[in-house]
Ligand binder design. Sequence first.
Ligand SMILES: NC(=O)C1=CN([C@@H]2O[C@H](COP(=O)(O)OP(=O)(O)OC[C@H]3O[C@@H](n4cnc5c(N)ncnc54)[C@H](OP(=O)(O)O)[C@@H]3O)[C@@H](O)[C@H]2O)C=CC1
Ligand SMILES: O=C(O)C1=N[C@H](C(=O)O)C[C@H](O)C1
Length: 249
Amino acid sequence: MSDVIKVAVIGAAGRMGATVCRAVTDAPDLDLVGRFDVGDDLGDLGGADVVVEFSVPTASLANVQHCVGRGVNVVVGTTGWSEDKLSVLRDSVAAQPGTGVLIAPNFAIGAILMMSFAQQAARFYESVEVIELHHPNKVDAPSGTAARTADLIGAARDEAGLGPVPDATTQDPGGARGGREHGIPVHSVRLRGLVAHQEVLFGAVGEMLTIRHDSFDRSSFMPGVLAGVRAVGDHPGVTVGLEHYLGLA
Ligand SMILES: NC(=O)C1=CN([C@@H]2O[C@H](COP(=O)(O)OP(=O)(O)OC[C@H]3O[C@@H](n4cnc5c(N)ncnc54)[C@H](OP(=O)(O)O)[C@@H]3O)[C@@H](O)[C@H]2O)C=CC1
Ligand SMILES: O=C(O)C1=N[C@H](C(=O)O)C[C@H](O)C1
C-alpha cells in the first residue's frame, strides 16, 4: 500500500471534478481522500499527496497557493493562467522547494498533439486562424487551449520572421473576424451538443492544411490527468503543459 498516491479534488462537484473523482476511485494505485468545492474549508486537504484542481479561473490561483503553502503537489486543469498569475505562483512555489505544480490547458493526448503539430506547421504558412468549439456552459472565451495554441503559433511565426497574417478587413462593426491572441485570429463557438473541439486552419497560395481535434466525452481528459497525478511529484517547480511530462517538448 505504500506506493498508493493519496489524491484530493478541488472543484469536485463540477463536470471535470466529478469525472476525475470517478477516475481516481477506479485507479488501483490512487486513493481519493478528499472532495472539495466552492465554500469548503480546504484545511489540510484531507492529507493528500496530490491535489487535482478543476474550478473556475477566478478561484484557481488561491486554491493552488493553499496547496503549495502546505507543500502539496498540484495538477491544475482550470483555465485563465495569465503571465501575471503564473509569476505570482512561481514565487509561491519557489518558497516551497520540491513542490510540483502542473498546469495543463488540455489533458487530452490528441489536443496536445494538435498543439504540437500546429506549432510545427506555423512557420510554413502565411495565413492561420484558430476556431474553438465548446459546450454552451463554458464560462471563458477563448478556451485555454485556443489561447495556448495561438501563443505557440505566434511564437513560431515570430521566430521565423513572419509578419502579421494577411487581412484586408476594414469594416467589422459586429466583431465577425473574432478575437486575436498573439496576433492570431481566434473564433469561439458555443453550441449545445458539443464538448470540446478545435480546428487550426493554415493557408498558403493554392493550399490549405486543417488540424482538428475533438473531445466527444470528458473521459478523453482522464489518462492525461492521471499521468499528471503520477508524475507531478517528480517535477518540482511550475510546469505549463503536459507535453513536458510526455517527452513532446
Ligand atoms: N485542462 C483540461 O484538459 C480541461 C480544462 N477544463 C477547465 O476546467 C475548469 C472547470 O471546468 P468544468 O468542470 O467544465 O466547470 P464546472 O463549472 O462544471 O465545475 C467547476 C466547479 O468548481 C466549483 N467552484 C467554483 N468556485 C470554486 C472555488 N472557489 N473553490 C472550489 N471550487 C469552486 C464550481 O461550483 P459552482 O458551480 O457552484 O460555482 C463547480 O462545481 C474550466 O476552467 C475549464 O475550462 C475543462 C475541461 C478539460
Ligand atoms: O471548459 C471546457 O470544457 C474545456 N476547457 C479547456 C479549455 O478552455 O481549453 C480544455 C478543453 O477545451 C475543455
